[in-house]
Write a protein that binds this ligand. Sequence first.
Ligand code: GDP
Ligand code: IMO
Ligand code: MG
Length: 430
Amino acid sequence: MAKSVVIIGCQWGDEGKGKLVDLLTDRVSAVVRFQGGHNAGHTLVIRGRKIILHLIPSGILREDVLCVIGNGVVISPSALMEEIKMLEQQGILVKGRLKISSACPLVLLYHVALDRAREAARCKQAIGTTGRGIGPAYEDKIARRALRVGDLLDESNFTANLREIVDYHNFILREYYRVEPVNYDQVLEQTLELRSNIDHLITDVPMLLAQIRQQNKNILFEGAQGAFLDIDHGTYPYVTSSNTTAGGASTGSGVGPLHLDYVLGITKAYTTRVGYGPFPTELKDDIGIHLAKRGQEFGATTNRPRRCGWLDLVALRRAITISSVSSLCVTKLDVLDGIESLHICIAYYYNGQRFDLLSDSKILDRCEPIYIELPGWQEITAGITEYDQLPHNARSYLQKIEELCGIPIDIVSTGADREQTVVLRDPFAI
Ligand code: GDP
Ligand code: IMO
Ligand code: MG
C-alpha cells in the first residue's frame, strides 16, 4: 500500500527535518514542500559533504525522485534560481525533477523592503524575522492581491498588476515607514528575466500527487519551521506566517487529509529557538553555552546564534496533539554526551499554580519550568547506528520521553551525517 508520511518540526524549527527527509527519500517517489519559503534552512550532510537547502525539497540529492513545491509555499524567483544554480554547480541534476504549483505566491523585492521596515519600526518588539519578505508575501496572499507563479505566464497582465501592487506598497514604504520605495522597473525586469527558467516547472500539483498515489507509490511531505512558529498555534506574534503543523501538508499541496497516513514529528533532544519570543526552558548559563557550541547552533539561513535550553515536554506534548504526530524522531542526542545531569521540563508554574498542559502562549514568558532530573552519560554516542549500543542512561532518557509523550520514538539521530542514525521503526513499513 502506498503511504504518505508528513515530517514536521515539533519545536521552534531547525530540529533536523532536512536530514530526516533526505534519509527517508529512498523510500518515496516524491518529496513535497507545502509551506514556508526561503526562510527555511535545511541541512543535509552526506559522507561529510554539506548542502543547505531553503526552497528546494530535501529529496533532491536522491536521483529519480520528484521534488514538488506545493501552493502553500511562497517563492522568491531569485532565491529559487540561486539554489538551482548552486545545486547544478555541484553536479546535482534539478531540471526535469522539480515541479511547482502555479498557485505559489511570489516573494518580490517590495516584500523584503516591507519585512525589514516593519522589523525596524517594531524596535524592542521585533519578531526577529529572517528578513526574507515571507510575512508580507503571505499578507498579500490573504489580501487576495498576490502575484502568483502562474501569473508569470501572462506578461501583459503581470506587468499591469505589478504596477498596481508596487504603487500600493511603495505608498506604505514611503509615507508610513519613511523608507526608500522599490523601483518598479527593476522588479519587473528581474522577475521577467527569471520567468523563462520557471514557466516550464509549473505543474498541476494536486493531480500529479493523486497520480503518484494511484500508482501505489510513497510520498514524503517536508515541513518547514516548527509547531510553535505556526501562525495559529505558535507563540503569536513571535511566529512565522504559515501553518507549520501537519494540517498544512493538506492545504499546502492539495492532497486531501485522508491521504496523509503518518506524521513523523522531529524534536531535538533539547530545545533551540532563533529570533525573539518566549522560551521557558532557555538556559543562559554555561550549559546553554555548551549546548550551542557542541550543537553548532547557528541558523542555517541567517547564521544567527540559536538560543538553547532543556527539552520541554509541555510544549512537545502540545505539538504532538495539534499535529496528530504518530511517532517521534529525536535528533542531536550526541550533543548531550558528557553532561552530568540532564533536565526535562514536565510542567510549568504560573501564578503559584502547576500546569501540565498549556493553552495560552501569551503567559509563556512568565512560566517557570518544573524539571525532572536524569543522569547523563559520559560515553560518546556520536555516530552510533544501533540502539543497543547507546549508553544505558541515553536509552533511559529516550524511554522517559516516550513514556511522558505517550508515543514511540521511531528514529534517533546521533550526528549530522545521513548515516549517523538509529532507525528503530521505518515509518514507511509500519
Ligand atoms: P532543519 O531546519 O530542521 O532541517 O534543521 P537545520 O538544518 O536548520 O538544523 C539542524 C542542524 O543540526 C544542522 O546543522 C544539521 O546538520 C545538524 N544535525 C542534524 N541532526 C544532527 C544530530 O543528530 N547531531 C548533530 N550533532 N547535528 C545534527
Ligand atoms: P527551518 O525550516 C528556525 C523564525 C525566525 C523568526 C520567525 C519569523 O529551517 O526550521 P519569518 O522570516 O519566517 O517571518 O520569521 O520565525 N524562523 C525560523 N526559525 N527555523 C526556521 O526554518 C525558521 N523560519 C523562520 O527566526 O523568529
Ligand atoms: Mg533550519
